[in-house]
Design a protein around this ligand. Structure first.
Ligand code: FES
Length: 303
């Protein structure tokens, strides 16, 4: 633990150098929360004033955020941005100590620092017919994908999934943007009963053809989508959200094996060819700090 703390401190100093990163607070309490809203149980949307990030953000990119000086850094997809008002919007699920702390803030509060925009923007062009699949909080990214794909003239079929109807996110927004929206819930409370990957399989078996499939959500879901499209030879892109610390390719926390090579999701991704990803290794790495997270939740929130 001591060694890990030291590493975190070194990286913190690195990140606090304004010449290296694009936007990071030089004084505490720099990034004002303009709005905080609950979208579904445990899932919130936060609007933060971050003009430099808003001026440069592109679809597919993310930020790394730290709530306060004792907090860990964690990545969140940039859901939306407004250059003229200098605002960015993030959607997050309260799953650990840091996201819970973020969720307790309200308009007028501040977060300590935000680094970004990080990662490579999504490669958007006219592919033809694209299936965009979002599960859980990953739906935030599908919204930015669909918006950008439609701007390039694609026919977009959105597949939206959640455990149950009350956890479905952004359905109205995605219906407005997409050519078609298909819903799946694990418990069958709305739409197709089952997983998004099973719904995709059903559409393919019915004869639907896609030039590209893009998916974001829990790792098992992205792996299942990759296995559905593999026999059809459909190019499949997924966006990974592994553990990240610095977001600049230095710490190695986000490493993932793609096509037999080690890649860093923060600088080489976050989007990769799903058929090349070693999902087993990725899932093992995501389990790495689960015990510590559980202990931290118990200490902080008595869960
Ligand atoms: S987060 Fe450190 S290398 Fe990617």
């Amino acid at each position: 633990m001591e060694t890990r703390k030291k590493i975190y401190n070194v990286i913190s100093e690195f990140l606090d150098n304004p010449q290296i990163v694009k936007e990071v607070s030089s004084t505490p309490k720099r990034f004002e929360i303009v709005d905080m809203k609950e979208l579904a149980p445990g899932i919130k949307r936060v609007v933060i004033r971050a003009p430099l990030i808003a001026s440069k953000a592109k679809a597919g990119q993310f930020v790394i955020l730290r709530v306060d000086e004792y907090g860990e850094r964690f990545p969140l997809t940039i859901f939306d941005w407004n250059k003229s008002e200098g605002l960015i919007t993030l959607i997050f699920q309260e799953v650990g100590v840091s996201t819970r702390k973020l969720g307790m803030l309200k308009a007028g509060d501040y977060v300590m620092d935000i680094v970004g925009p990080l990662g490579n923007p999504t490669e958007i062009k006219n592919y033809g017919t694209v299936a965009v699949i979002g599960g859980g909080v990953g739906t935030a990214l599908t919204y930015t994908w669909v918006r950008a794909l439609k701007a390039h003239g694609n026919y977009v079929v959105t597949i939206l999934g959640a455990r149950t109807e009350s956890l479905l996110l952004l359905e109205d927004e995605l219906r407005r943007l997409s050519d078609e929206v298909h819903i799946s819930t694990d418990d069958g409370s709305k739409g197709f009963k089952g997983f998004t990957s099973e719904l995709l399989k059903k559409l393919l078996e019915e004869g639907r053809r896609f030039d590209l499939v893009m998916a974001v959500g829990p790792v098992p879901m992205m792996r299942a989508v990759a296995e559905v499209t593999r026999p059809y030879g459909i190019k499949t892109i997924v966006s990974l959200n592994p553990i990240m610390v610095d977001g600049t390719g230095m710490c190695g926390a986000c490493r993932v094996k793609v096509g037999g090579e080690i890649k860093f999701a923060c600088v080489d991704g976050p989007e990769f060819d799903a058929h090349q990803i070693d999902f087993n290794q990725l899932m093992n790495r995501l389990r790495f700090y689960r015990d510590e997270e559980m202990k931290a939740l118990k200490t902080k929130f008595n869960d």
